[in-house]
Design a protein around this ligand. Structure first.
Ligand code: GN1
Ligand code: MG
Length: 369
């Protein structure tokens, strides 16, 4: 057994996972935490779990992250059960240690958590299947609805200013000034491109500060890979990755999902001529999302959903660029220029969204009628 596997076994022990350990796999899609699927054999079948080492550079207070997750998952579970059905496959279930904690801290300081793998589920980083995209829209719409009466004040702010687009632009300015990795000269045009978008990209955040848009409980990381689907029917089961559940704007949950689900390419596409918003995908997601919301949103919220996509795509790109300038400290990269590729791709995608913004908002309006 290698060191990694021994550590994984130690984590499983702390969460009292029973049965005979079989194997583990590394799951590689996230940029922040380290994630494994572990397989046990018990009662004649394979039982699998997801264990994660939480990135404490990003999440400075991981205990608070787990408190938020416990609150939110219990709340959703109760809502689902109240409709008379089992919540087993429709919300995450985190395991506790012997001390009753939702986390275990190992000797090396590593902060770990464990949840049951949802049976017969699949996820996608990207898909062209409109039916699946619509289902992912439903999943995030439903999440909004489930938490629409959750007492927002109970949630810890686990990453301050997470979707504060104004602040994200300020951090980019700081990164340019400091030029820590000596990379500024090669990215001047990318920085300038983002600067041109600043006013539009920061508008939803400024509208919230002005009291026009309300804060709700939001997921804040609504990429496609954060939804699980039934492996046979491809109907949505649950949203996952609840690390960043915090007060936020519904336009941000909608917009961050569009950034990924309605893009023609992966996050780090190098061939910028391929990068565009796919309006069919956009419409499929919108249809699913809006179908769940009923009368929940204010008119101002409805009218700024499409703008949320511009804001979130630009903001995410600004974050990639800032990290590139700072020497790749935040997002996991798989090759040296990846953060720059991500930033360039997001710039091209935001520009294409701006071109189609009216059309995008009209599609939203159509489904609210
Ligand atoms: C990070 O690790 P992952 O993939 O869940 C990031 C999101 C970004 C996303 C970009 C805590 O999410 O905000 O949108 O990468 N999460 C955090 O793919 O910063
Ligand atoms: Mg995440």
């Amino acid at each position: 057994m290698n060191k990694e596997e021994l550590q994984i076994l130690e984590v499983c022990k702390r969460f009292n996972l029973t049965g005979e350990y079989r194997s583990y796999e590394v799951l590689n899609s996230g940029h922040i935490n380290t994630t494994y699927q572990v397989f046990f054999f018990r009662d004649g079948e394979i039982k699998d779990y997801i264990i994660q080492r939480v990135n404490t550079y990003v999440f400075k207070n991981p205990v608070e992250v787990m408190e938020n997750i416990a609150l939110v998952t219990e709340y959703i579970r109760a809502k689902i059960k109240a409709t008379g059905v089992t919540a087993k496959r429709n919300v995450l279930h985190y395991s506790k240690t012997e001390n009753g904690d939702y986390y275990a801290i190992l000797e090396d300081g590593g902060f770990w958590r464990c949840c049951r793998y949802i049976d017969d589920s699949v996820s996608f980083t990207q898909t062209d299947d409109l039916k699946i995209i619509e289902e992912s829209g439903k999943a995030f719409g439903k999440f909004q609805v489930h938490l629409s009466d959750f007492p927002v004040k109970q949630l810890h702010i686990v990453i301050p200013h997470f979707h504060n687009t104004v602040n994200r632009y300020e951090l980019l300015d700081t990164a340019c000034r400091e030029n820590l990795a000596g990379r500024l000269a090669e990215v001047q045009d990318v920085v300038a491109g983002y600067k041109e978008l600043e006013e539009l990209a920061t508008k939803p955040y400024r509208l919230q500060r002005a009291g026009v848009l309300p804060l709700r409980v939001t997921h804040n990381d609504t990429k496609t890979s954060n939804v699980l689907f039934d492996a046979d029917t491809y109907e949505y089961l649950s949203v996952i990755d609840l690390d960043t559940v915090m007060p936020g704007l519904v336009a941000f949950d909608f917009g961050d999902a569009i950034r990924v689900a309605a893009s023609t390419v992966d996050e780090d596409e190098k061939d910028l001529s391929k990068v565009a918003i796919d309006l069919q995908k956009y419409e499929a997601f919108t249809r699913g999302f809006v179908s769940q919301l009923g009368e929940m949103l204010t008119e101002d919220e409805e009218k700024t959903l499409a703008l949320g996509a511009v804001a979130m795509t630009a903001e995410c790109g600004v974050r990639f660029l800032t990290d590139y300038l700072n020497g790749d400290k935040y997002f996991r990269i798989h090759y040296p220029e990846q953060n720059l590729d991500r930033a360039k791709c997001h710039l091209a995608l935001t520009r294409d969204m701006v071109k189609h913004l009216d059309e995008m908002q009209k599609i939203v309006d159509k489904y609210f009628e």
